[in-house]
Design a protein. Structure first.
Lengths: 261, 512
């Protein structure tokens, strides 16, 4: 594996052999705090977070012979701005395995949303937690993000935090995704209809994986999709294709190229 | 019941000397003095001193001129007050409440308690006997009101008893001097100048005249009318009771005197645990702790500890005491260890263990929802449950989070639904409409979307059984625009359905 481009971009001292792994769907979740940056004008952020959560849940199911299905509840926390901009979860649109287990928290302020997220991460009976916070509220600083990371790692409850219309500020999430919609593949029986959800997802910062760009499709996410549909990834650009972007380490420098001044 | 110790300071000194009244050191003239700006001044004198000319308030030099052999001792007003407080607590043997009446009196509320002593007269005799046995020269009196009892104790005959069933109180008290009203000195001087020397004089003249002359209402001690009303019981007079607070104390008598530190640490740990239990039962935490260790040879070792905040954690107490016990000399052994908490403060119970367990193992779902509900309100934490309606926004209903799902028939997942639904469908501006009726270009939230692929229409009619007849139907389309964004839009009504003008377009759902 040629790691020359990555090594030039990395500060010395970070473990290179661990970073050489490339992300692919179906890996057991090693990181418990993931952020997904998305626009509020579409549901791609929540959709990708949900697809990744289901994927991690499926990978984490270690015992295939377990006769009791996983019926743990999951938490979806939204603050008021996220609720207004991108809407409420709609039960008939959720995957059939998840729709009856949803507990939704509508928080007024980002502080309350962070409190709810942290309480959810501390709860041993939750499968995972999805948070949706719009913008860059003052309460969601690095300390708050670190608190969430520590709580998630301590109790083993994964957190997918969707940041709507947010600047890539400092955060302690171990994986940071950039979610944008991608044209779906035409369905087999009606090529004129929209197909299974697909996203152009960019992993622009990860602790143990190489950054890259993927087109992700999940035909298990739509309710009438295939029951055993799963997340499929198609690598657009990996570490060979483009150097990783580490610009988000500096506040306000993330969204533009560093060379732009 | 009012008790007046007229010679409290002298009695305290005499009891400290250990001699009876008029004997030993008390046989010689003696005065208690306090230092003032103008030299020592006498605050109290014993009987021999009074007979030789010394009286309270006199300068010591003047008294020495009259009686050169006058002995002096320093006065101790703080000690007198402390003695009075303990005397007030002791006087609660005659009634549940007692108040101190500085500088030298006690008031005891004996309401409904006299029958325990065989009547009021027997109770008064009991009080006089016990006070005399303590060596105090005290006068006691009982009356229906605190003011009347005070007046009788100070100015009435010894052992005066006034019962509520007696004849008119005012006439019984009319012979007492005006000073029996507990008035300030300047008011007394004024009354004396006005010629009002007895209580009977005050009741003899018109009340209006006194009310005009004494207008101060703020302090009862400055208004003879208020005092008179309190004396006769027509105005209530609240007393500030003395409440005894016992310092929590635990102790261990040791069968075998201990001489080694390890054993003492063990005893201390036991004491701290007992103390924690005791304090917890009272809802208190210790600010100051005293550890007293009685040695076999009679010596007492005391170690004190003061804490920044009220605490009762045994481990914390032991750790703090461990540093203070290093220089301890056990001698022939310690046979009694006692831990007192002279200063305590309220300390609420904290569920430290429960919290720690939650920290380690995580909370249960119910506890998590409790915490969320308490902070965010019950309406913020909910779960969607299906509802029998084909209107999209009515097909789910938000219910309490742990509510069981009602039995429902399996839903028909024939039509795809979006992942998220806007609370209110937002209107979209159609820029260019395709011939089939579907917009080609539309504007939503300031952005232009070009529809690339669409599926529909899925016609959803209004629920005619609960809505008005003018409600229009909706034609839903699932669309995907040129950049891949997937939405759920509908046309509200049909052209020419007779229920309004041209149909409008709305965006209601966002698909993943």
């Amino acid at each position: 594996m040629p790691t020359s481009t990555a090594s030039t971009a990395l500060p010395p001292g970070l473990g290179m052999p661990a970073r050489t792994a490339r992300w692919r769907p179906g890996l057991a979740a090693t990181c418990h705090h993931t952020e997904v940056f998305a626009s509020s004008a579409e549901a791609s952020g929540a959709g990708l977070a949900l697809a990744l959560a289901i994927d991690a849940l499926r990978a984490a199911a270690a015992d295939p012979a377990a006769d009791v299905p996983d019926e743990r509840a999951w938490l979806w926390v939204q603050d008021k701005a996220a609720l207004r901009l991108s809407g409420r979860p709609y039960r008939p649109g959720l995957p059939a395995t998840l729709r009856h287990r949803l507990i939704h928290v509508a928080a007024d302020k980002p502080e309350d949303a962070l409190f709810a997220l942290e309480e959810g991460l501390r709860c041993r009976d939750l499968a995972f937690v999805i948070g949706e916070i719009a913008g860059n509220p003052r309460a969601l600083n690095f300390t708050a993000s670190r608190r969430l990371s520590l709580a998630a790692e301590k109790h083993g409850v994964p957190l997918w935090l969707v940041r709507l219309d947010a600047r890539r500020d400092l955060g302690s999430a171990r994986m940071r995704w950039d979610a944008a919609p991608a044209p779906s593949q035409p369905p087999r029986w009606n090529p004129q209809a929209p197909g299974a959800p697909s996203w152009a997802a960019g992993l622009f910062r990860a602790h143990t994986f190489q950054p890259g760009q993927w087109i992700l499709r999940d035909d298990g996410l739509v309710p009438h999709g295939r029951p055993h549909g799963k997340l499929v990834a198609e690598l657009v650009s990996g570490p060979n294709a483009s150097p990783p972007d580490h610009g988000d380490l500096v506040r306000r420098a993330g969204d533009r190229p560093l060379a732009a001044g | 019941m009012a008790i007046w110790c007229g010679a409290l300071a002298i009695d305290r000194w005499r009891l400290g000397e250990g001699c009876a009244a008029g004997e030993g050191a008390d046989a010689q003239p003696l005065a208690l003095i306090a230092d003032t700006a103008h030299g020592p001044r006498i605050t109290a004198a014993n009987r021999a001193g009074v007979q030789s000319g010394a009286c309270a308030g006199m300068m010591l030099a003047d008294a020495r001129a009259l009686c050169p052999q006058l002995a002096v001792r320093p006065a101790d007003p703080a000690g007198d007050l402390a003695f009075l407080e303990s005397l007030a607590l002791w006087a609660q043997r005659w009634g549940p409440w007692s108040a101190i009446d500085p500088p030298d009196g006690i008031l005891v509320d004996t309401t409904d308690a006299a029958h325990l002593f065989g009547g009021e007269a027997a109770m008064l005799a009991d009080a006089q006997r016990l006070l005399a046995r303590r060596g105090l020269s005290a006068r006691a009196a009982m009356a229906p009101t605190a003011g009347a009892a005070w007046a009788l104790a100070h100015h009435g005959p010894d052992g005066a008893l006034l019962l509520a069933s007696d004849e008119d109180m005012a006439s019984r008290l009319a012979a007492l001097p005006a000073a029996a009203l507990r008035l300030d000195d300047d008011v007394l001087v004024l009354l004396r100048r006005l010629g009002l020397k007895r209580l009977g004089d005050l009741t003899g003249i018109g009340r209006d005249a006194l009310a005009r002359r004494f207008r101060t209402r703020r302090s009862p001690a400055a208004n003879p009318l208020t005092r008179l009303d309190q004396l006769l019981g027509s105005v209530p007079e609240p007393l500030l009771p003395v409440i005894g607070v016992a310092a929590p104390m635990v102790q261990r008598r040791l069968a075998e005197p201990i001489r080694h530190r390890a054993l003492l640490d063990r005893v201390l740990a036991d004491l701290a645990r007992d103390m924690a239990r005791l304090l917890e039962a009272q809802g208190q935490g210790a600010r100051r702790l005293e550890l007293g260790l009685w040695k076999v040879d009679g010596e007492v070792l005391v170690r004190r500890l003061e804490m920044a905040a009220a605490a009762r954690d045994p481990a914390h107490v032991c750790r703090l005491f461990a540093a203070r016990l290093d220089d301890l000399d056990a001698g022939f052994g310690i046979e009694l260890a006692r831990l007192r908490a002279p200063w305590t403060e309220p300390l609420v119970m904290a569920q430290a263990e429960l919290d720690a367990a939650a920290e380690r193992h995580g909370t249960s779902l119910a506890a998590c929802i409790d915490r969320l509900t308490v902070r965010l309100g019950a309406d913020a934490v909910r779960r969607p449950l299906p509802h029998a309606s084909h209107l999209p926004e009515r097909a789910q209903r938000w219910c309490p989070p742990l509510m069981a799902q009602p039995g429902a028939q399996e839903t028909l997942d024939f039509h795809a639904r979006p992942l998220k639904l806007l609370d209110r469908a937002e209107p979209i501006a159609v820029i260019y409409e395709a011939p089939g009726g579907l917009p080609r270009l539309f504007r939503w939230r300031g952005h232009v979307h070009e529809i690339a692929r669409a599926e529909g229409p899925e016609r959803i009619a209004p629920e005619w059984w609960r809505e008005k007849s003018t409600v229009r139907l909706r034609d839903y389309y699932r669309i995907e625009d040129s950049t891949g964004r997937r939405y759920w839009i509908y046309r509200h009504g049909l052209a020419g359905d007779g229920r309004g003008g041209a149909p409008e377009w709305f965006l209601q759902g966002l698909a993943p």
